[in-house]
Every structure is written in C-alpha cells, then in structure tokens.
Design a protein around this ligand. Sequence first.
Ligand code: HEM
Length: 418
Amino acid sequence: MPTADEMDVTFDPLAEGFVDSPYEQYALLRDHDPVQHSPLLHGWVVTRFDDVGRLLRDPTVSSDIHNATPTPLTEMELERLAEQRRAARTLVLMDDPDHARIRKLLADPFRPREIDKLRVRITERVADTLDRLRDTCGDERVELDLIEEFAYPLPVEIFSEMLGVPDEDHPRFRHWTQLVARSVDPVMRADEREECLAGLEAMYAYLEEVADRKRAEPGDDLMSALVHAEVDGGRLTHEELMAQLVTLYMAGHEPTASLIGLGMVALLRTPDQLARLRDEPGLLRNGVSELLRYDGPNQFVRRVLTRDTPVAGVELPAGAVVYASPASANRDPRRWGDTADQVVVDRSDAGQHLQFGAGVHACLGSHLARLQAEIAFAALLERLEDVELAGTPEHSTRMFIRGMARLPVACTIRPRST
Ligand code: HEM
C-alpha cells in the first residue's frame, strides 16, 4: 500500500467537496495515516473505530483545554472562555470529579424512563407542525425546505417546553441558540462577536428569571427538577445551572436538527431503505441508530492527553490535543465490514455506533435525541407522500457538527390519520 506522503493524504476540512461529504477523506486517513498531525488544528486527527473508542473511554484523557500544551488555537479558546466566564463551566469541558458531580445532578430527567414520558407531547408537536404546513397547501404538491420548516425549530421547541418556557417565547430561543452556536466558531468579525455575546446575555437573563420563578414555585418541568436537584446534599450553584442550561440548548439543538436532515437525505438517496422503514415502523428504532452511524452530525470530539499515549502505533506526548472522529469511526470497514458505506436499516449492530461519544462524557441527551428523531421520521415517512429531493441539499460548513443549511423536498402532505 502506498504511504500517506505518496498519496497526499492530508486532513483538510477546507478542501473542495469536504462539506458535501467528508467520508472520502476519512477513508484515506484511516487507510494511510490513522493518526495524523494537523498543522491547521495544531493537533492529531484520529480516524479508526478502535482508536476513537479507546481514546473516549480512557480515564487519563482530559476534556479540559487547560491541560493542553498551548497552541494558537488553545490560546484563542482560553481567551473566548475568559470572555464567556459562565460558558467555561459547562460539563463538556470538565474532568472528574467536578464533571461527575454536575452530571449526576443533571442526569435524572434525561433517563429513558423520564424521556419516554415526552412521547405523546413530541408526537403532538410534530403532527401540529405538519398540519400547519398542510394548511398552506392542502392536497397540492408542494416544495418545502425541511430544515427551515421542520427539523430546525423542533428541538428548541421541545427543549423549551421541557424547561417550562411558554410557547410565545420559543422563537426568541431559536434566535439565541443560533447566536450562541455561532459564538463557538474561532474566527468571527468583532461586530458579530458583540452580537453573539449580547444574545448570550439575553438568554442568561431570561433563563435566570425562569429559574427564580421555578425555585419559588416548582412545577412539573425540567427547570424545576434542575433547580431542586440534589445529590449527597449538594446542589448546582446558580452559575453552574446557567452554564448547563445553555450547554443543553446548544448540545441538543444543532445535532438533533442535523440528524433529521442528514437522515432524510440518506433515506431519499436509498429509496429501498426508505420503503422498508415506511412499511415496517418497528424497524425505526434500529433505523435511527443506522442513520446516526451512516451520516451523523458529530464529526470530532476533542480531547487532551495528560500522559504520553500510544495511538495506532504513534507515541503522542502529554499535552497533545487530539481530534477523535466518531463520524469516521462509524464508517470504518475494520468494524462494519464491506457495507460500512451503505445504509442498512436493519443492521444488527448499528447501535454500537459512536455518534453519541463514549465513556464518562457520552451524550446525556441521547434518549431525547433518539426519541425526537424516531417520532420525526415516523411522521415524515407517513405523511410526506411521494417525497423526493427538489434540489441539491446544502450542508453547513461547521467542522465539528455536520449540519444541513437547506433540504428542499417536493411532496404532498397527507392529513393526520386519526
Ligand atoms: C443527534 C443528536 C446528538 C448527538 C449526535 C450528540 C452527540 C454528543 C456527543 C458525541 C457528546 C460527547 C462530547 C464529548 O465527549 O466531548 C455529547 C455530549 C453531550 N450531549 Fe449530546 N448529542 C445529541 C443530542 C443531544 C441532546 C438532545 C442533548 C440534550 C438536550 C444533548 C446533551 C449533551 C450533553 C449535556 C453532553 C455533555 C455530556 C458530558 O460532558 O458529560 N445532546 N453529545
């Protein structure tokens, strides 16, 4: 096999075509340079399933950027975190024991049994959205952007409802979460940064008010559960609570919307698999796992090594920043065999994918995301008759979360079945 240099295998998220499909680059990296130093990221890009899983589960590997040997990117991030003091307290960037303490306080409302109680409400919201769309076109065939009209609003609405935010304020959250998500991008004009910080402040102020209200008058909602959550006599401080709420909005929004968008594209491009899911709704649960595996939003998870660590035969030094790619791992034929690049909705081990990460930081919202996706796909497959792509889907350009900016489809929207 030729070496990486002979093949010119360089991780380059700015290369033409990467945004539409990064998977060809990942395949080359896995085969020729499975742990590659990236001058662009000042860190190591790790692409094989076994290596990614091992790194995510390794308790000596840190999520705290303060442990990194400084690089221009880590310096920039530390500056950003200093600017957004509260964002720095997110559990995503913490190590145990702080991480474990905060995670325990957040965990209960996200357990499968609790999340399953939302099934009826989510089904109702999804059906309402499709009813509203049908109201505008009746039995006519229509073209619509499934991202703008369906996938993007859904997770914010569901999460806002879980928190106990009234319906009329949901659009504000949609705007704020967009700003907050943008604020993570390392390169941004000064006026944009100002706008993002102002949005973040407005979101904090609003959430503080809701938290105060629920502290005084608890209800049957997530905010009440979180302000009163207690483990071993300890509670979330006000500052910690605010940081986690913004994390939850952000962590939950883009990837869930992307999963619905990317999954629909995958199904529209493999009509036999779409037909199977439509005909056998019992396969949906497994189908969602397979769509997460095949083209999930999460491209990279960042970690910092706290001791010299061998990865795929390369000795990486303590302090190194590592970008482990669940998306690449999920297409690794060493793990998934010859069908790694195909959608197979009844793949028996699809649930072993790494889209939700692994180890102590494994996604806290995975049951919620899965439930929303299952209900959304069920409704779309049932009610969008003769659905087909009505143009080229546009992917968004963020490197860590593969998202969709536009997904034009043509279909007739069936009325709700009673
Ligand atoms: C398809 C949708 C989603 C995907 C693919 C996804 C993926 C991930 C991944 C890969 C991680 C691990 C990050 C790391 O190891 O550094 C993570 C963490 C997390 N996710 Fe998700 N996520 C999704 C939806 C959600 C939702 C709906 C919520 C909640 C509303 C959520 C909340 C969180 C939180 C709080 C963490 C941090 C956990 C920790 O650090 O202990 N996620 N997610």
